[in-house]
Design a protein. Structure first.
Length: 704
């Protein structure tokens, strides 16, 4: 039987049906914006959302395609009225020509109505059916259907019906039968087209729901939000959302029925729930799931149950990731997770809680079992990984804490496990360690020290002291090294070996570095012009990238000549990847600032550094000087470094000189400069100035 799909009425019915479908699906599912975007992009109609002020919120791809000529005007937050006015001025809407203001007023009136439906003609000749509905919060949901082809012929609408990916049927209210069904409905229910058309609609619903379903099919269900059970030809039952729209077809009452199967939606919902609790790369429980599971396990544990939180940190993973790239790093993480999963007991939960950090929650394992699993993980992760033709080596370090022995509070237990991991990494990687109470005490002590250091920095309680640098051949003072000192009001003097790493870890090293440079340059301005100033620079100051401006600012503020300043750096700066350290060093040298390689001999001590960087001085580490008299190798190294330094025109300075015999040996070997307690201890600025003014070079021990 041929159906006479009326042009305007059928187009409006489909528009209303599609709009209602979107509106009801949104209300029923309360999905996240990401899912909503994906869902509306599947619709063949253009969809747009406006807020209560008439601003664009969201639109789908079809909407952007329909208004391609105005695509440059579309942006979130832009007023719909402004885009209309701009489009009218550009001639995008031919029907507005000659009556622009009137047309705009009519258009905005339709937008503010509870609901409206009208057509629109675009400059490209296309005709658009617009269906709009006001939402409860004053916003607007709009649907755009390109009805150009439907206006040309009745067949165009039939094609839209037949090709709609949404299962659609025409239900005859009087006979209770399906008059017509599109291919999507045929595929969905599993009936041949000939069997489905003419079939009693009761066959498509379970018997227990047919009475209510029959009422639904005979009405306009614009406000219905129920989920219905539908029956397929093979007897299987699915859940679907059904939307109906009354229409008149060939003189009989009919309902256009749209069926949205939510099986896939439910699958997506489950997938989203899974993704919210699991790591996408490894499939393991994520940090949020880990914390929630730990709380639940602790709540359900009896007084005799042991619950252990173990943290696993992959050793050397960052180096692999930096060297081979993130792709190989991801493959490596996945394989590491697979190896660990095979070793974790079934009643334990393995989680990925960070980039290269994992966690294991043991719900009923003894400490011995936890240690066995931990050592097994360390062993298996130390085995080579073969990834894309590369042999990669990492390892693992593990820290753990248990309830009720250590704590039954989830956050405290997690913190204790982290402290145990931190201690294990500090002592020896590739080991596992259980939490001990002294670790918490140390952490509390560190926290108090951090608070005190911030207070000292805020109250200007830090001081810069100066230790002389002496020419070994003449005994003359050539300069001073600026050394930061902190005298705690309760603890007394705090070693720089303690508070400098603390400042780096706290992210305060730039602030500390600026303080030292400013104070030292201002103090050096009081010295004779030939006296040099040396200032230590942290590798983090190079990494942060603002060292050059900090140095120039200090020199400018103090009016100190750049040639009198020398910055002491360690090998850690030179080992940084990328061109930044080299560029900074060369920029500083271009200003005339000296660069000294400090603590030479304690690291790799690559001679290539001497050739690749414009150093002015090499400082022999004091460990060689202190062992000079008892270690033949130390003397050999010292002699070699002094010889190379002379050949390259570099000043060689020996640190840690405390005895005259050591001074004499270094002088005889050709070492140019010395530093140590033999010549003077670090002293405050006024005392260093008095050292220069009052005592002069006579204060330097005689050269025998």
């Amino acid at each position: 039987m041929k159906l006479d799909f009326g042009q305007d009425s059928m187009a409006g019915a489909v528009a209303v049906e599609s709009l209602q479908s979107l509106e009801e699906a949104m209300g029923a599912a309360h999905r996240a914006e990401r899912w909503l975007r994906e869902a509306i992009d599947l619709l063949p109609e253009g969809v747009v959302f406006l807020d209560a002020e008439g601003r664009y919120i969201l639109w789908n791809q079809q909407y952007a395609q329909i208004y391609a000529v105005s695509a440059d005007l579309l942006a979130p937050g832009v007023r719909f009225a402004d885009t209309l006015r701009e489009g009218v001025e550009r001639g995008d809407y031919p029907e507005a020509i000659g009556r622009e203001e009137e047309w705009l007023a009519e258009r905005m009136a339709r937008l503010t109505a509870p609901s409206s439906r009208h057509e629109q003609r675009l400059a490209n000749g296309r005709r658009i059916l617009i269906e709009e509905r006001r939402t409860s919060d004053g916003g607007n949901i709009g649907l755009r259907i390109d009805i150009t082809d439907m206006r040309q012929s009745e067949e165009a609408f039939r094609l839209l019906f037949e090709r709609n990916p949404i299962a659609m049927m025409v239900y005859d209210i009087e006979s209770g039968c399906i008059r017509s069904a599109n291919p999507a409905a045929v595929d969905y229910f599993g009936y041949p087209t000939a069997d489905l058309e003419g079939l009693s609609a009761s066959a498509l619903f379970p018997e227990k729901t047919w009475a209510r379903a029959e009422q639904l099919l005979a009405q306009d269900s614009s406000d219905d939000r129920q989920v219905w059970q539908v029956r397929h030809r093979d007897g299987t039952i699915s859940e679907a959302m059904i939307y109906t729209r009354l229409s008149q077809l060939e003189g009989y009452s009919a309902t256009i029925v749209s069926i949205f199967d939510i099986t896939e939606r439910r699958r997506i919902e489950q997938r989203m729930k899974h993704m919210a609790r699991h790591d996408e790369l490894t499939g393991l429980a994520n940090r949020a799931h880990c914390r929630a599971h730990l709380r639940q396990v602790l709540q359900n544990a009896s007084s005799t149950d042991s619950v252990t939180m173990a943290l696993v940190d992959l050793d050397h993973f960052k180096a692999v990731n930096d060297t081979y790239g993130h792709h190989l790093g991801d493959v490596l993480l996945t394989e590491a997770a697979r190896r660990m999963r095979s070793l974790v007991p079934t009643d334990a939960l393995l989680c990925r809680v960070g980039g290269d950090e994992f966690a294991i929650i043991f719900s009923k394992s003894s400490r011995a079992q936890v240690e066995i699993v931990s050592r097994s993980i360390i062993t298996t992760l130390s085995q080579p990984f073969h990834v894309d033709g590369n042999v990669l080596h990492i390892g693992a370090t593990i820290g753990f804490a248990s309830s009720p022995h250590h704590s039954s509070d989830p956050e405290t237990l997690l913190r204790y496990a982290d402290l145990a991991l931190y201690a294990a990494k500090g002592e020896s990687r590739g080991t596992c360690r259980c939490f001990e109470s002294d670790l918490d005490a140390a952490a509390q002590e560190k926290t108090r020290l951090e608070i005190d250091f911030r207070e000292a920095l805020r109250k200007n309680q830090l001081e810069v002291h100066y230790q002389p640098l002496v020419a070994l051949a003449t005994g003359e003072v050539q300069g001073f090294e600026a050394l930061l000192r902190w005298r705690h009001p309760v603890r007394g003097p705090v070693s720089p070996d303690v508070f400098i790493p603390l400042a780096e870890e706290m992210g305060l090293i730039d602030t500390v570095g600026r303080f030292v440079l400013n104070a030292a340059c201002a103090e050096a301005r009081k010295w004779p012009d030939h006296i040099q100033l040396s200032v230590n620079v942290s590798p983090l100051q190079f990494r942060n990238g603002n060292l050059t401006s900090t140095v120039i600012a200090a020199l400018t503020a103090s009016s100190l000549a750049p040639g009198r300043l020398e910055l002491e750096i360690t090998e850690a700066v030179l080992m940084e990847k990328g061109p930044r350290p080299s560029a900074i060093i060369r920029n500083l040298r271009a200003f005339g600032i000296g660069i000294s390689l400090d603590d030479f001999g304690t690291g790799y001590s690559s001679l290539g550094y001497w050739l690749n960087f414009p150093f002015t001085k090499i400082k022999l580490d004091k460990s060689f000087i202190l062992n000079l008299e008892g270690e033949t190798n130390s003397r050999a190294v010292i002699r070699a470094v002094i010889g190379l330094g002379k050949s390259l025109g570099l000043t060689v300075t020996a640190e840690g000189i405390e005895r005259e015999t050591v001074r004499d040996y270094l002088r005889d070997e050709g070492c140019m400069q010395g530093q140590g307690y033999l010549f003077g201890r670090p002293q405050p600025g006024p005392e260093a100035l008095r050292y220069l003014k009052d005592m002069g070079h006579s204060a330097v021990p005689s050269l025998g």
